[in-house]
Design a binder for this molecule. Structure first.
Ligand SMILES: C[S@@+](CC[C@H](N)C(=O)[O-])C[C@H]1O[C@@H](n2cnc3c(N)ncnc32)[C@H](O)[C@@H]1O
Length: 220
């Protein structure tokens, strides 16, 4: 892939109008009733875990997208700043967060937050930018600040029919256009081990039906 970060940005800009169909399992992402019940149970488990984590104070959400999690965060926290690279996704983010259009690798907030949150984003961070990403997360935290993440579980097959290899996938839009993106599905222990030398102590879990990885922690 020539520039995975740029290709992914384009993919999510073009996918913006159909993005929520995946989360709410509509249209071509529709599931039969038993699979849908398992998906919804995993969604509920992840939402409950975020609530139990008590994200109070100020929150920075990275790669916030259309606002599926932003809307939950604004309910739980005092203030949310939501960053995303694309105007197309932010236009659909109707939460009460402060929206910032910026590339997470280029943006400097100039302030620190009690919580940095990112969902379905870490799996898109290329290996060569992984350490850089965690360094910018650490720089955005207040002393004692925390991190919470949600992502695809290692065995998740939410996007079926895709061509997966070596942490990359070919994704198609409803109109058939295809994009090559980075998609690394982490196991909880593997990710916790990977970020420990970067200074983060995270408690991570897979949901009961394996769709999602979630959890949080802070700088050790
Ligand atoms: C899989 S979506 C996740 C959206 C949201 N966090 C959620 O869980 O619904 C990935 C998001 O990352 C954004 N994005 C892609 N590359 C980015 C970059 N370099 N900087 C900031 N946002 C980026 C896309 O616009 C998209 O909204």
């Amino acid at each position: 892939m020539s520039d995975p970060v740029a290709e992914q940005k384009r993919y999510y800009a073009e996918r913006a109008p159909e993005y929520d169909d995946w989360w709410y399992r509509r249209g071509r992402y529709e599931l039969e009733s038993e699979s849908l019940a398992r998906w919804r149970a995993d969604v509920a488990e992840t939402e409950a875990a975020l609530e139990a984590f008590s994200p109070g104070g100020s929150v920075l959400e990275l790669a916030a997208g259309t606002g599926i999690w932003t809307r939950k965060l604004v309910r739980l926290a005092d203030r949310v700043v939501a960053v995303d690279a694309n105007a197309e996704t932010l236009a659909l983010n109707t939460s009460a967060a402060e929206l910032v259009r910026a590339d997470v690798f280029e943006w400097e907030s100039g302030e620190c937050f009690d919580l940095v949150f990112f969902s379905f984003w870490l799996s898109h961070v290329p290996e060569e930018r992984f350490d850089e990403f965690w360094s910018l997360v650490g720089a955005a935290l207040t002393p004692g600040g925390r991190v919470f993440l949600v992502d695809s579980g290692a065995g998740d097959k939410a996007h079926t029919g895709i061509d997966q290899a070596d942490g990359e996938e070919t994704r198609s839009l409803a109109d058939g256009r295809t994009f090559r993106i980075v998609k690394r599905r982490w196991r909880p222990d593997e990710l916790a081990d990977r970020v420990r030398p970067l200074g983060f102590a995270l408690g991570l879990h897979d949901t009961a039906n394996g769709h999602f990885l979630y959890g949080g922690g802070g700088l050790s």
